[in-house]
Ligand binder design. Structure first.
Ligand SMILES: *[C@@H]1O[C@H](CO)[C@@H](O)[C@H](O)[C@H]1NC(C)=O
Ligand SMILES: *[C@@H]1O[C@H](CO)[C@@H](O)[C@H](O)[C@H]1NC(C)=O
Ligand SMILES: *[C@@H]1O[C@H](CO)[C@@H](O)[C@H](O)[C@H]1NC(C)=O
Ligand SMILES: *[C@@H]1O[C@H](CO)[C@@H](O)[C@H](O)[C@H]1NC(C)=O
Ligand SMILES: *[C@@H]1O[C@H](CO)[C@@H](O)[C@H](O)[C@H]1NC(C)=O
Ligand SMILES: *[C@@H]1O[C@H](CO)[C@@H](O)[C@H](O)[C@H]1NC(C)=O
Ligand SMILES: *[C@@H]1O[C@H](CO)[C@@H](O)[C@H](O)[C@H]1NC(C)=O
Ligand SMILES: *[C@@H]1O[C@H](CO)[C@@H](O)[C@H](O)[C@H]1NC(C)=O
Ligand SMILES: *[C@@H]1O[C@H](CO)[C@@H](O)[C@H](O)[C@H]1NC(C)=O
Length: 579
């Protein structure tokens, strides 16, 4: 499984002896020439897969094969995959994409300076989010430099890799013809190939191919969940640990959002949607140029719920990468053997995506029913009953009603809490260590106020980035309001060091290090119906707490995770959530 070359142990890299760091792949006599940045070394835009345009569009990625005895100049980012341009959505993302290409299967390696091959550092492989529709491995919010610098200061240094993968129409098109040729879930297959590249090549960079943690946020968290379920666990996985941040699964994967979106694009470009599932339609799509297809995907883009949460391009059960519905794979324990997992949600993960016009219980009902449109009216009522209106309080200054907060909480629990708990408890029942985190601190509030005159959203989606990537200053940009407290600077150390400690030791923090303290496994009883615990990270109540019982923190107990997730994760509910 490993490919540590005999020669690589002899290799030095180099900041001391060369202006630019280099890494030699001795087996192929290929040299990677990188850059020094923030006291670390980065190798940018390395191809792990070949061009995916034309005949290769939709097809499983083909590994990139470097020319023997060549030098690969890895000093600038590669191309990003086709996506809407100028969609920077601060503070969720900060970098505007200005051009794209289908030759986008590239990754970046970032590492402490002066490593040699025998250092065998743990590796963290990042899968970016963005609704499987936008974003890349270049976004400022997820730059790895701070994480690496903090990991060195913590005495447990790590290497970081981040890949691009195909998005939207190019990464997630589905039809019978695509399924028969094995070309569905192309974006997930790209991610898998990138992880395999890491397994096969990272030793040259000083990394340990047997200590790989994949992590991702939002759709990237969903990607981590699906990489754990890949092939129903029938093939060995090229990683050992996973962190799912703000998503691990998603309602609608077995629904019709994506095939409907595909049909709209096929129509818009005139490729005969009456023969939607035919090989002719696929050939027709392969003969069109990138821009025309991306433009059609954008002009036909619909959102599945109000306020544009927008997860339309979703993975599909293809009988191969996903041999059955994710919920079925989980129920049948068909997933990776031996994977240590951490799952995170933000305290107010969905507030930014919840309709601010919600003021009445009827509005709450309508919003939730339209989000989970296949759940029966009586089940929606049972769900709403578990969240009594009286438990929520309006924020007059922000002009946000108590029903707004109620809706945001129900929305969060469905997507960001209970689905990860469902996957986590199944992993735990199969004997894997599983850790649950509720993230409860943010520096994004002043930016929302400044840019959008919005307040009262709390700890929104992406809030952990400033801390887990170890650099608050990513948000001190473009004149945005930036006002971190000493507690924020402290959490940036503690949070990022916890992430890298997890990658190194398989536990989220240890005594004697500046990491989270007292963070134990969340499921101690085999994961089934027993109680579980969460670690609250940041905010006034940091620490580990059972979700119920006398040892439970009040702020955790009042969220009634066990009871609410028992309904959301019940068999009949899951069926109706279409995943
Ligand atoms: C390795 O590649 C370099 C060029 O990068 C070349 O000069 C050298 O001869 C090659 N060595 C071997 C053993 O092929
Ligand atoms: C991205 O570009 C758009 C328009 O091109 C601009 O309005 C926006 O401010 C830019 N965003 C960032 C984060 O630079
Ligand atoms: C932190 O982010 C700021 C702003 O992007 C950047 O100038 C600085 O170099 C970064 N430092 C590290 C260690 O990542
Ligand atoms: C998807 O569409 C098919 C036919 O177009 C329909 O029979 C099926 O019920 C739909 N499924 C969902 C979950 O909407
Ligand atoms: C489109 O597909 C339908 C169904 O297979 C077929 O009857 C029709 O002839 C096709 N139209 C064109 C223009 O190819
Ligand atoms: C709220 O209502 C206003 C006025 O009807 C409308 O312009 C706005 O788009 C609505 N906001 C959302 C998030 O639906
Ligand atoms: C407050 O929210 C309500 C309901 O969304 C809206 O109708 C009203 O215009 C808002 N008021 C202000 C001052 O924004
Ligand atoms: C900002 O939001 C507040 C509260 O919703 C509202 O009263 C005020 O009119 C808004 N200001 C602007 C400039 O839109
Ligand atoms: C999250 O932080 C807020 C204050 O910022 C606090 O009121 C709330 O109780 C905290 N929630 C948890 C679960 O610690």
């Amino acid at each position: 499984m490993r490919s540590v070359s005999l020669f690589s142990a002899l290799l030095l890299s180099s900041s001391a002896i060369a202006e630019h760091p280099f890494v030699l792949d001795a087996k192929n006599n290929v040299t990677y020439q990188g850059l020094n940045r923030n006291d670390i070394e980065v190798f940018l835009g390395i191809h792990y897969g070949q061009d995916t345009s034309g005949e290769n569009r939709f097809k499983p990625p083909r590994p990139a094969v470097p020319e023997p005895s060549s030098t690969i100049v890895a000093q600038s980012y590669g191309q990003v995959c086709p996506q809407p341009l100028g969609l920077g959505a601060p503070p969720l993302t900060l970098t505007n994409v200005t051009e794209y290409s289908e030759d986008c299967l590239v990754l970046n390696v970032a590492r402490p300076s002066g490593l040699c091959a025998e250092d065998r550092l743990p590796v963290m492989v990042y899968i970016h989010g963005g609704s499987f529709w936008f974003n890349s491995n270049q976004d400022e919010t997820t730059a790895p430099d701070g994480l690496i610098v903090e990991s060195i200061a913590n005495g447990l240094p790590v290497i970081h890799v981040a890949m691009n993968y195909r998005l939207g129409f190019f990464g997630f098109s589905q039809s019978d013809a695509l399924e028969s040729e094995g070309s569905e879930n192309a974006g997930l297959r790209d991610q898998r190939l990138a992880i395999e590249w890491v397994r096969d090549n990272i030793a040259n960079f000083g990394g340990d191919p047997e200590k790989i943690t994949i992590f991702g946020q939002s759709s990237g968290g969903l990607a981590v969940g699906l990489q754990i379920l890949a092939y129903g666990g029938s093939k060995p996985i090229p990683f050992q640990q996973g962190i799912c941040e703000s998503q691990a699964l998603e309602p609608g994967i077995t629904g019709n959002f994506t095939i409907d979106a595909f049909e709209l694009v096929v129509d818009a470009v005139g490729c005969n949607s009456s023969a939607l599932h035919s090989p002719e339609t696929v050939s027709c799509l392969r003969n069109l140029d990138t821009q025309a297809l991306q433009a059609a995907a954008e002009s036909t883009y619909l959102s599945d719920i109000p306020h544009n949460i927008g997860d339309i391009w979703l993975p599909v059960v293809d009988g191969d990468f996903l041999p059955a519905a994710p919920s079925q794979l989980i129920a049948e324990h068909r997933f990776a053997a031996n994977v240590t997992a951490m799952m995170l949600w933000a305290e107010d993960d969905m507030a930014f995506f919840t309709d601010t016009n919600i003021t009445t219980a009827a509005d709450t009902h309508d919003f939730i029913q339209s989000y989970i449109s296949h759940v029966s009216a009586s089940d929606v009522d049972s769900l709403l009953d578990l969240y009594p209106s009286t438990e929520f309080t309006a924020n007059e200054a922000a002009n946000l009603s108590s029903e707004f907060y109620r809706t945001a909480r129900i929305f969060r629990d469905i997507l960001m809490v209970c689905e990860p708990v469902y996957l986590g408890s199944a992993l735990a029942a199969a004997g894997n260590p599983v850790y649950l985190v509720e993230w409860n601190q943010t520096i994004l509030t002043p930016i929302l106020q400044d840019l959008y005159n919005e307040s009262g959203f709390g700890v929104i989606h992406t809030s952990e980035f400033a801390y887990t990537f170890g650099n608050l200053s990513h948000y001190d940009t473009r004149g945005y309001a930036f006002d971190p407290t000493p507690e924020d600077f402290a959490l940036a150390k503690r949070g990022s060091r916890t992430w890298s400690t997890f990658a190194s030791l398989g536990v989220p923090g240890i005594e004697g290090k500046d990491t989270f303290q007292g963070f134990e496994r969340s499921f101690t009883t085999g994961g089934s119906d027993e109680t579980f615990s969460v670690f609250v990270a940041g905010g006034p109540n940091e620490g580990f707490s059972p979700v119920e019982g006398s040892a439970s923190k009040a702020v955790v107990a009042e969220q009634r995770f066990k009871e609410r997730c028992a309904l959301i994760n019940s068999d009949s509910f899951i069926k109706q959530l279409d995943y």
